[in-house]
Ligand binder design. Structure first.
Ligand SMILES: [Zn+2]
Length: 243
């Protein structure tokens, strides 16, 4: 007997294979990240074609074949049409999908990641078109996601001596897992500068104070660049640890 598995999931990637087949990367509620084959799904008459748009939220059913899991049913719960209407929002969700796909290797359900991904899709879909919020959505996902994966950064106390950090220009060291105080900085060579404003935004993100983040006035270019630099370096460090 063939077992049909049912779950919910977000389509994060679509890769075209031979003969109108398509391989979906879907983050599911009950099984974590899965690769699921859509057999002949690119044919005009394919039953499931209209229900498997990239970045849709689905109720889906699949079976475990010899080499692939195969999609047998899909019902759209949400298409997130506001995301699809907006190129910048689309770019942001591509970035989030890439990040998730790059950092998650196995098939394992994770309630925290599921919740974070669900709320990120909803926030992005609901967000009015204000360009400076969009990078913050990515960083909101990024920092909370890596925290769930075991890389929660130290942003309140020095990552080395544990003393409470003062509101001033400080340094972030990916290898040490966070910000260090000016005392501990003395014998360190490779560090990244982090501004008090960036530290503030990082704390809001990690506390998931979305209502406050949403109300933030435009964070200025240099702080946004600072946040980008810290995030990219931390991501590279994490990638070097897991690959
Ligand atoms: Zn210290």
């Amino acid at each position: 007997m063939v077992v049909h598995y049912r779950t919910q999931g977000f389509i994060l990637k679509q890769d075209n294979l031979k003969e109108a087949d398509q391989l979906f990367t879907i983050y599911t509620k009950d099984f974590g990240k899965l690769k699921i084959l859509g057999r002949a799904i690119r044919k005009i008459k394919a039953k499931l074609r209209g229900n498997t748009q990239l970045f849709s939220f689905l109720e889906l059913e699949f079976i475990q074949g010899k080499s692939y899991k195969t999609l047998t049913d899909a019902i759209v719960i949400d298409k997130f049409s506001e995301i699809h209407k907006d190129l910048e929002k689309l770019k942001t969700i591509y970035q989030i999908a890439d990040l998730l796909d790059g950092l998650i290797k196995g098939e394992e359900a994770d309630e925290k990641i599921w919740k974070l991904l669900s709320e990120t899709f909803e926030k992005l879909n609901d967000l009015p078109f204000i360009i400076y919020h969009l990078p913050l959505i990515y960083y909101y996902f990024f920092w909370n996601f890596v925290s769930v994966l075991g890389y929660h950064p130290q942003v309140d106390n020095c990552a080395l001596c544990g003393k409470k950090l003062k509101p001033q220009n400080l340094s972030f060291i990916p290898e040490q897992g966070g910000i260090i105080c000016s005392n501990c900085l003395k014998d360190k060579k490779e560090t990244l500068d982090i501004s008090p404003e960036t530290i503030k935004v990082l704390r809001l993100i990690l506390n998931k104070d979305w209502l406050i983040i949403r109300k933030l006035k435009k964070i200025n270019e240099s702080n946004l660049n600072n946040l980008e630099n810290i995030s990219d370096n931390f991501l590279n460090f994490i990638l070097s640890q897991i690959n």
